[in-house]
Write a protein that binds this ligand. Structure first.
Ligand SMILES: C[S@@+](CC[C@H](N)C(=O)[O-])C[C@H]1O[C@@H](n2cnc3c(N)ncnc32)[C@H](O)[C@@H]1O
Length: 573
C-alpha cells in the first residue's frame, strides 16, 4: 500500500483541464484514497507554467482529455482477467504465463489473432527507439525521434521472413521417415530447420531430388535425412554449382560435377554442428543480437528460431493508438538534470519533492537508489525532447537499452529460463518486457485460443482509473511470438529482479509505458534471473489447486505461481 501511495498521492481525481484553467485548486488525497493518477500533480505543478507545461496546457486545450475518474477504476479492477485485485502491483504479473488460464467464456476469435502476426502485410507497427529505421507512421512516445540516444548494445531489428520463406524445399518427413530418423538428428524438416533463400538456392542447384511427373516437385521419397558436413564454400554458396551434399544411409552422393563431394567423414556430430551453426545464425539474424546467446538443445533452438522473433521495441497491434510525439514535453535542465527541479520527475505524494529513482555510482553506472528498490512507484525518465537527451544524463536509463549479456538456457521442468553472463549489481537495469501491444479484447481472444498453454501476456494497467482510462480499454503486452529475452524470465518466490513501470513521456500516454526489469540484489554471473509473478501474495490464503505449481525450489516457496482467479467460483485470491 505504501508503495502504491507514492503514485496515488501524486495523483488527483480532479480534472486536469479545469485545474490548468485555474478554475479549481489542485486537490490532495490521503494515501489510502482511491487510485488517482499523476496528471493532477502535473497540473498542480503546471500552475507556474514552464514552456513544457505550456505544451501540456495546449494539449489539454486541444481537447486531449487527461481528467481522472477514480470511480471507474474500481470496477475495472474487479473485472480484470489479468489482475483481479485492486492493488496496482497486480499489473506487474506476466498474466497467463503464471496461470495458463482455463477461462472458457471468451469468444473464439483468438485463433485468428494468434496467427495474425505471420502476415507481414498486416503486421502491427513497430515502435522504434532510435535503433534502426523508423519509417512507420505510428510511434510510441519519444522513442521514435531520438537518434541521439542509441543503446550501447542494441539488439538488431528483427527481420521477418517473407510469408513464403518456409517452402517445400525441405519437406517434413513422413511418420515412417521420422521413425527411421530416430534417434538420428532431427534438424532437417522444415519445422526444425526453417528454410529460406539459402535453402531455395540449394534446391535450385539440385541439392534435392525433384520429380517432374506432375510438374517439378521435391521428391519426398528420396529426400535424404542427413546432411554431409558442408565445406565453407558450400555453406556460402559462392559458386552456382555448389550445393549441400546429401547422403542416404551413409552412402555419399555427388550433387554435381562442378561441386565435388567433400571427403570429410560424416558423423552425427558434424551434422549437429552444422545445423546448430545454421540455427544460431538464423536466430542472430532475426533475433537477439550478440547479447543474447542460447544454451539449449538443437530441437528447442530450432523451434524457437521458427516461432519466435526478438524485438527491441513494442509492436503496436490493431486498435493501439499511442499519443503522438507532438504532445511530448521536455525539461530544460541542460546537459545534466537537476534532481531537485527537473520537470520530468514526478512529485512525491505528500510533498512537492520529486521522486528520484536513479543515482550514479562512483563507477559511473546509473542504478536504482536503494530507497527506491522497495517502493511501488513509477519511474519517470527524461524524454527525447529534453535538453539532456544527447548527454549522459542519469535520468535516461531504460532508453539506453540493455547493457547486460544474457543467456537463454534450459531449466528443466520450468522450461526455458534466462541468466546473466556477467555480474549484475543491485538496482541495475536489465531489459524491458517487449512484445506486441494489443487491446484487452484481443488479449482475451488470444488467451482463449491458447487455453492450457503458457502465455506471455502482461497488462499495462498501472494507471487504470485515470481519466477515461478503464480496464476495458487498457493494453496488454504479448511476448509470446515477438518479445525480448526477458520473456524467458521465470518466477521465483525469492526473486532477484523486479519489474518497475517506466514512463518516458511524463505519463502523457497513460496506456503505453515500459515494463523494466531491475536487479533487487547483487547477482553473480551465470545466475538465473527471476521475478515474482504474484508480488502481492497474501500468505494467509489457501493454495489454489487449479493453479500452476511453482517449482522455484525456494525454502519459502508458496507452491503456486498464481491463483487461477479466472475460473468461475475460484476464491483463492
Ligand atoms: C514467461 S514464461 C517463462 C519462460 C518459460 N519457462 C519458457 O520456457 O518460455 C512463464 C512460464 O514458465 C513456467 N514457469 C515459470 N516459472 C515457473 C516456476 N517457478 N515453476 C514452474 N513453472 C514456471 C510456467 O509454465 C509459466 O507459464
Amino acid at each position: 500500500m505504501e508503495i502504491i501511495a507514492n503514485l496515488r498521492l501524486c495523483l488527483q481525481p480532479t480534472d486536469l483541464a479545469t485545474q490548468l484553467n485555474g478554475l479549481s485548486p489542485p486537490m490532495k488525497k490521503e494515501a489510502d484514497s482511491s487510485a488517482v493518477t499523476f496528471v493532477s500533480t502535473l497540473a498542480h505543478r503546471a500552475q507556474s507554467l514552464s514552456p513544457q507545461k505550456q505544451k501540456q496546457k495546449s494539449l489539454l486545450q486541444a481537447g486531449f482529455n487527461l481528467s481522472t475518474d477514480s470511480d471507474s477504476s474500481s470496477s475495472a479492477y474487479q473485472h480484470s482477467p489479468y489482475h483481479s485485485g485492486r492493488d496496482k502491483e497486480r499489473s506487474f504479473r506476466v498474466v497467463s504465463s503464471a496461470i495458463p488460464q482455463k477461462r472458457k467464456s471468451q469468444s473464439a476469435e483468438g485463433s485468428d489473432l494468434n496467427d495474425s502476426s505471420d502476415d507481414d502485410s498486416s503486421q502491427p507497427f513497430i515502435i522504434q527507439n532510435g535503433i534502426g529505421s523508423s519509417s512507420k507512421p505510428q510511434s510510441f512516445s519519444s522513442f521514435e525521434k531520438k537518434p541521439a540516444i542509441v543503446p550501447k548494445t542494441p539488439s538488431p531489428q528483427p527481420q521477418f521472413p517473407p510469408p513464403d520463406s518456409v517452402s517445400v524445399v525441405i519437406p517434413s518427413p513422413s511418420a515412417a521417415q521420422r521413425r527411421q530418423m530416430q534417434p538420428e538428428y532431427k534438424g532437417i524438416c522444415e519445422r526444425y530447420f526453417p528454410t529460406g533463400q539459402e535453402e531455395r538456392l540449394k534446391a535450385q542447384h539440385r541439392a534435392y531430388p525433384i520429380t517432374t511427373s506432375n510438374g517439378p516437385k521435391v521428391n519426398k521419397k528420396v529426400v535424404p535425412f542427413t546432411v554431409t558436413k558442408p565445406t565453407e564454400k558450400e555453406i556460402g554458396l559462392k559458386k552456382p554449382g555448389n550445393s549441400l551434399l546429401l547422403q542416404r544411409s551413409g552412402i555419399p552422393s555427388h550433387a554435381s560435377a562442378s561441386s565435388p563431394a567433400t571427403t570429410e567423414p560424416i558423423t552425427q556430430a558434424s551434422i549437429a554442428r552444422f545445423l546448430r551453426r545454421k540455427l544460431r545464425k538464423k536466430l542472430k539474424r532475426t533475433c537477439g543480437g550478440p547479447d543474447t546467446v542460447f544454451d539449449i538443445d538443437d530441437e528447442r533452438l530450432a523451434d524457437l528460431s521458427a516461432n519466435f522473433f526478438f524485438v527491441s521495441e513494442y509492436r503496436l497491434g490493431p486498435g493501439v493508438s499511442p499519443v503522438g510525439d507532438d504532445f511530448l514535453a521536455g525539461c530544460d535542465c541542460g546537459t545534466t538534470c537537476d534532481p531537485r527541479t527537473c520537470t520530468c520527475l514526478i512529485d512525491e505524494e505528500d510533498s512537492n519533492e520529486l521522486i528520484v529513482a536513479y543515482e550514479r555510482l562512483e563507477s559511473g553506472k546509473v542504478v536504482l537508489r536503494k530507497d527506491f528498490l522497495d517502493r511501488k512507484a513509477m519511474i519517470s525518465e527524461c524524454s527525447s525532447r529534453c535538453l539532456c537527451a544527447k548527454s549522459d544524463c542519469w535520468n535516461h536509463v531504460i532508453q539506453r537499452g540493455r547493457q547486460v549479456r544474457l543467456e537463454v538456457f534450459d531449466t528443466g521442468e520450468r522450461g526455458l529460463g534466462l541468466r546473466c553472463l556477467e555480474p549484475v549489481i543491485m538496482g541495475q537495469f536489465i531489459d524491458c518486457y517487449f512484445g506486441e501491444v494489443i487491446t484487452k479484447k484481443d488479449a482475451d481472444a488470444r488467451e482463449s485460443a491458447n487455453e492450457n498453454q503458457p502465455s506471455y501476456l502482461f497488462s499495462l494497467d498501472w494507471l487504470i482509473g485515470n481519466g477515461d482510462h478503464t480496464y476495458e480499454d487498457s493494453y496488454v503486452v504479448d511476448g509470446q511470438k515477438f518479445g525480448a529475452a526477458t520473456r524467458f524470465i521465470n518466477h521465483s518466490c525469492n526473486p532477484n529482479c523486479k519489474i518497475i513501470p517506466v514512463s518516458i513521456n511524463r505519463l502523457t500516454d497513460q496506456r503505453l509505458y515500459y515494463l523494466a526489469f531491475f536487479a533487487i540484489r547483487d547477482i553473480p554471473a551465470n545466475t538465473e534471473l527471476t521475478f515474482d509473478y504474484h508480488p502481492n501474495w497474501d500468505g494467509s490464503k489457501q493454495v489454489d489447486p487449479n493453479a500452476v505449481k511453482c517449482l522455484c525450489g525456494e525454502k519459502d516457496c508458496r507452491g503456486q505461481l498464481w491463483p487461477n482467479t479466472r475460473k468461475k467460483g475460484n476464491n483463492y485470491e
